[in-house]
Design a protein. Structure first.
Length: 260
């Protein structure tokens, strides 16, 4: 079995060095190892369990519930969710943890300009769970998070990994440098990015990426933060991925391939 190519990684010290920013600008992504410890990961996992329970029980406002990925159901008909938007808005422990660990420097540090973090608009921070076979969300097709001319762009996607991500359970696959070139009608050559729980992957809004299927019965959760340097929308503005759409225009693509 061929092992994935080794991906360079960096240590995060609550700042972005010149070397790190240069790597990000050239390749469109960067990996930081061991940003969160086991206790931190458990805080986010517990918050996810509570938010999922609150959502299923109807205790979360309808406008803050996911409208992109369908729930999965077990043999007893019990629902489980694959996507929890507005995560840090509803889970202050996780929001405080993110701030305490210094992640808010990543946006301005990698983009070289002031940024704002998604919180109360455009789905906010998003927790996402990929589960194994026979579920409604198992893989994600090639896509961009936002095109380069979207009003919020440029933007840094900061993924906090709550489980190990491997090729076996559908880790992130990027096309390094693809953010610097227009899309082509060619089969992309992707680079799998395997990481451990507590690691963070940052990538730009318009890098081409996907994640393969979960090939076993495991699951893998990630919390995504978004730091944008573009126009900041009003609170409550819904997610739109169409370039040039007005922020007040509601547009949600129901296909899993368009999910962030």
């Amino acid at each position: 079995m061929t092992r994935p190519q080794r991906v360079p990684w960096f240590r995060f010290n609550k700042g972005v060095s010149g070397e790190q920013r240069a790597f990000y600008e050239r390749h469109g992504f960067i990996v930081y190892r061991s940003v969160f410890d086991a206790d931190d990961v458990e805080v986010i996992r517990a918050d996810a369990e509570q938010l999922e329970s609150d959502t299923l029980a109807g205790r979360i406002p309808a406008e803050h519930r996911d409208r992109i990925l369908q729930p999965s159901y077990d043999e007893r008909g019990r629902a489980s969710l694959h996507r929890l938007p507005y995560f840090t808005l509803h889970r202050p422990k996780t929001r405080e943890l993110v701030e305490r660990r210094g992640l808010d420097v990543l946006g301005p540090g990698l983009l070289g300009k002031p940024t704002w973090r998604f919180e109360d608009a455009i789905d906010g921070a998003v927790w996402q769970m990929k589960r194994g076979k026979r579920t409604s969300y198992n893989a994600l097709d090639w896509h961009l998070d936002f095109p380069h001319d979207h009003p919020v762009a440029p933007l840094v996607n900061v993924g906090i990994y709550l489980n190990p991500a491997t090729t076996q359970n559908g880790c992130l696959v990027v096309v390094p440098g693809s953010h610097r070139f227009p899309p082509r009608r060619l089969e992309p050559v992707g680079l799998p990015v395997e990481v451990d729980a507590g690691d963070v992957i940052c990538h730009t809004n318009n890098i081409l990426h996907h994640s393969g299927p979960v090939l076993d019965d495991t699951s893998r959760a990630t919390l995504y933060l978004y730091y944008a340097a573009g126009e900041k929308p009003a609170a409550g503005t819904e997610f739109s991925h169409k370039a040039g759409d007005d922020f007040a225009t509601l547009f949600i693509d129901s296909e899993a391939g368009a999910a962030r």
